[in-house]
Design a protein around this ligand. Structure first.
Ligand code: HEM
Length: 201
């Protein structure tokens, strides 16, 4: 449970921050959403993240392009069944390539681009996005993960200005692992925003 819950959430945060550094206009818009809703008077808290649709879009778009369990986990058919037109006999191991489904050009418009706004106003059918799997064996930690990632990412944006360490784009290559890490760990620079002094004084 600890293994399933820690790496997946922390890697999702690392992918999300990397995306934000490569797309400063998205970072700016996320900060503007936070400042408009909650100002620089108090830190955001867990219930607040559900009032931040653009931040939620950033997390969904990160999980679409960089699902930390790209092949979900192996499933096993308990009966003969048909999946996508293919007859699959009982007792077969079935792998689901969520990574490929999330980048399928027949399902997504401009699939390789990072566009959090695609999720605005219920903009995408929920069945296409499956970073937590689907159905009875879907991730039981989904609600917790959404809160942990949302609150942490929101707090990082609310409290700090973020910059890349060089002019070059953050390397988005995927590494090997049980959960999908970045090949090159993220390095970034940050500067405290006024709210940090306020809440610490
Ligand atoms: C961003 C964070 C996370 C992602 C992307 C993620 C993704 C997944 C995926 C894809 C599965 C397999 C679903 C399937 O079989 O189709 C899974 C299973 C599981 N996850 Fe997560 N997970 C995350 C966070 C968590 C957290 C925070 C916990 C618990 C504290 C957790 C606990 C579990 C457990 C126990 C299973 C196995 C469920 C079963 O086999 O019935 N996960 N997760």
């Amino acid at each position: 449970m600890l293994l399933a819950g820690t790496d997946s959430s922390s890697l999702t945060l690392e992918w999300a921050m990397s995306n934000l550094l490569n797309h400063p206009e998205v970072l700016k818009r996320a900060r503007a959403e936070l400042d408009a809703k909650f100002g620089q008077e108090r830190l955001i808290d867990e219930p607040d993240i559900f009032e931040l649709p653009y931040l939620q879009g950033i997390i969904s778009e990160t999980l679409r392009l960089y699902p930390t369990a790209p092949l979900l986990v192996p499933h096993y058919t308990s009966d003969d069944c048909t999946i996508g037109g293919f007859d699959v006999p009982c007792d077969t191991i079935v792998m689901i390539n969520a990574w490929a489904i999330h980048r399928d050009p027949t399902l997504w418009d401009d699939p390789e681009s990072f566009k959090p706004e695609r999720f605005a106003n219920g903009g995408e059918e929920p069945y296409k996005l499956m970073p937590f799997g689907q159905g009875r064996r879907a991730c039981p930690g989904m609600g917790l993960a959404q809160r942990v990632v949302g609150l942490t990412l929101g707090s990082l944006i609310q409290c700090f200005e973020w910059e890349k360490v060089s002019e070059m784009k953050v390397d988005m290559s995927e590494g090997k692992g049980l959960t999908m890490p970045k090949a090159v760990p993220l390095e970034a620079m940050c500067k405290a925003r006024p709210i940090v002094n306020k809440v610490l004084s």
